[in-house]
Design a protein around this ligand. Structure first.
Ligand SMILES: Cc1cc2nc3c(=O)[nH]c(=O)nc-3n(C[C@H](O)[C@H](O)[C@H](O)COP(=O)(O)OP(=O)(O)OC[C@H]3O[C@@H](n4cnc5c(N)ncnc54)[C@H](O)[C@@H]3O)c2cc1C
Ligand SMILES: *[C@@H]1O[C@H](CO)[C@@H](O)[C@H](O)[C@H]1NC(C)=O
Length: 533
């Protein structure tokens, strides 16, 4: 009998899950509370309870070649960084191409997920749903939790002294949609993450003054990297990752800080992170430094307390006459449909998952959480490989270690996480390391030494070029015949987005020089591989 898998949510994680189930001969049934796919990228004019909510001007901070599903490149004429409506368009194209929508039950809320009484033998779940007030219950062999992790606001307003006296308006960034109502107002934005910086920059054109308050600072990077290439196309690659892993920490830390300060000096822009070597996700914002230097955004320390009209900061300074305070303080995770939430939050009420996917204490590995882990890399390819890993584990093709080894692995990762990313709720990890870890278990990690022997042209792109999602479709289960070509043409699609007015240059000495460089590097590399293998 075909095994049935319940998928909760039809955002990018849910869609990837439907596809992964189909690829492995399972029957997916996806429940989506709204009436459309796309999840977070499905923009709504006002925030809806229980769903992610974005502002009108959200752009991706990962570029199209690094953000796509691993066997479905973006059209070449799409821009490199995408407005949310553009990404939603792509998600629709993806769902249509693989014919995924027919597996989704829309306007259907999953209200309860519970182990069946015979769970230890069957691994089955009872899933209770509600459609138009009608409640139904059904039995499933597996459950994939794809309900999103930017839904429940981390809203610490009540922990700020005096906030109850404040006469202006204050709210969480998920309520923010656009700058319309802020004309001539004084606004304080709290939190130096991507949302906080985006909102501060956007308001700086409309509000009379914007203050941006941060406790621990952040690195702020430009999407536009050296020579105008997308930052992630240049910096996320296997060669740099390899160097990062073999060089002593003192050197990588030094290089990291130097790199981060190349564009502008973070200390003199009051943005410097307290712990400067933490590899916390940087903020991507091309305009913030310009707003700071033009004075439209003023960076402040954290707020000590509020009065009726003002904020008093930790350094004793006071900002009077504030009209609005926006808390861009991020999100916390919840799974309200879980009958027993401790399955997912099995320690200290925090989400504890093997490989950031699997609850380690389940008698049968029949539940997976998709899209939770955070890294410098994009969510779509990460969710994609997570679903493939989970399905292989679910089907018993990949052996799991014992519960205690899984807990040890989780502890080890937690230790690493603390060291590299600091204390935070999110499960931060290194993108390539994580992708490879899952990929090697399911047998889809590209075999670079073999590639250098059989297909050197491709190998060079795979090793020195961007670690784009197509790399995980070159071989093994789920192999895609178009992967090689997608890798060899990824730079063409990147350039196509910006070379919209072609000017023929007369002198072009670049190719020869690049070829020489590649030759030298590949010789070096072959030598390295011979030593290590
Ligand atoms: C402002 C912002 C910018 C971002 N920018 C980027 C970026 O540039 N690049 C990137 O890779 N990532 C980015 N992200 C991360 C983003 O979360 C992921 O890209 C991705 O959208 C996550 O998809 P998901 O499917 O896991 O969750 P979601 O998109 O949140 O989808 C979850 C779905 O589940 C449904 N659902 C929830 N609960 C239930 C239930 N009980 N029953 C039925 N249905 C339910 C919801 O309606 C929703 O459709 C950004 C996030 C934010 C907030
Ligand atoms: C930052 O400011 C200090 C003065 O406080 C100055 O000495 C230093 O040169 C500045 N840094 C840079 C990189 O400009």
């Amino acid at each position: 009998m075909v095994q049935r898998v319940a998928i909760i949510g039809a955002g990018v994680s849910g869609l990837a899950s439907i596809k992964a189930c189909l690829e492995e001969g399972l029957e997916p049934i996806c429940f989506e509370r709204s009436d459309d796919i796309g999840g977070l990228w499905q923009f709504t004019d006002s925030a809806v309870d229980g769903r992610a909510s974005i502002y009108r001007s959200v752009f991706t901070n990962s570029c199209k070649e690094m953000t796509c599903f691993s066997d479905f490149p973006f059209p070449e004429d799409f821009p490199n960084y995408l407005h949310n409506t553009k990404l939603q368009e792509y998600i629709q194209m993806f769902a249509k191409h693989f014919d995924l929508v027919k597996y989704i039950k829309f306007k259907t809320l999953v209200i309860r997920v519970k182990k069946r009484p015979d769970f230890t033998i069957t691994g089955q779940w009872d899933v209770v749903t509600e459609t138009d007030g009608k409640v139904e219950s059904d039995v499933f062999d597996g459950v994939m939790v794809c309900s999103g992790h930017h839904v429940y606001p981390n809203f610490p307003a009540n922990s700020y002294a005096g906030i109850e006296k404040f006469k202006g308006r204050f709210f969480h960034s998920r309520e923010y949609k656009g700058a319309e109502n802020f004309k001539g107002k004084k606004v304080l934005v709290i939190g130096l993450g991507n949302s906080g910086c985006d909102i501060a920059v956007e308001l700086s054109n409309t509000a009379s003054q914007v203050y941006l308050s941060s406790r621990s600072g952040s690195w702020v990077m430009s999407r536009v990297w050296d020579n105008g290439y997308p930052w992630d196309m240049v910096t996320i690659n296997r060669f740099d990752n390899f160097l990062g892993n073999i060089l002593p920490t003192a050197i990588t830390d030094w290089l990291y800080v130097k790199q981060m300060n190349k564009w502008f000096d973070h200390e003199n822009y009051s943005l410097m992170p307290l712990n400067r070597t933490l590899r916390k996700e940087p903020v991507f914002n091309d305009e913030l430094p310009s707003c700071i230097t033009c004075g439209t955004v003023v960076v402040k320390p954290s707020v000590k307390e509020f009065t009726e009209t003002s904020a008093i900061f930790q350094d004793g300074t006071v900002q009077e006459d504030l009209d609005y305070v926006i808390f861009a303080t991020g999100y916390s995770f919840a799974y309200p449909f879980m009958d027993d939430e401790s399955i997912l939050k099995c320690r200290d009420n925090t989400v504890t998952l093997y490989k950031s996917i699997l609850p380690p204490k389940l008698e049968k590995p029949t539940m997976g959480v998709i899209g939770l882990v955070q890294s410098l890399g994009a969510t779509i390819p990460t969710a994609d490989i997570q679903t493939r890993w989970f399905i292989r584990v679910f089907k018993g093709f990949c052996k799991l270690p014992s519960e205690s080894s899984m807990m040890d692995d989780i502890d080890e990762k937690m230790g690493k996480k603390l060291k590299w990313y600091g204390q935070s709720d999110t499960l931060q990890t290194d993108y390539i390391t994580y992708m490879d870890e899952l990929a090697s278990v399911i047998g889809v990690k590209p075999n670079v030494p073999l590639l250098f022997l059989t297909d050197p042209k491709l190998a060079l792109q795979v090793y020195f070029g961007p670690c784009s999602p197509y790399q995980f479709r070159l071989m093994g289960p789920g192999k895609w015949d178009g992967a090689r070509n997608a890798i060899l043409t990824q730079w063409d699609r990147t350039l196509k987005a910006t070379r919209t007015r072609v000017v023929h240059s007369s002198q072009n000495s670049f190719p020869l020089f690049a070829l020489l460089k590649i030759l030298v590097i590949s010789l070096l590399l072959v030598a390295i591989f011979m030593v290590f293998n």
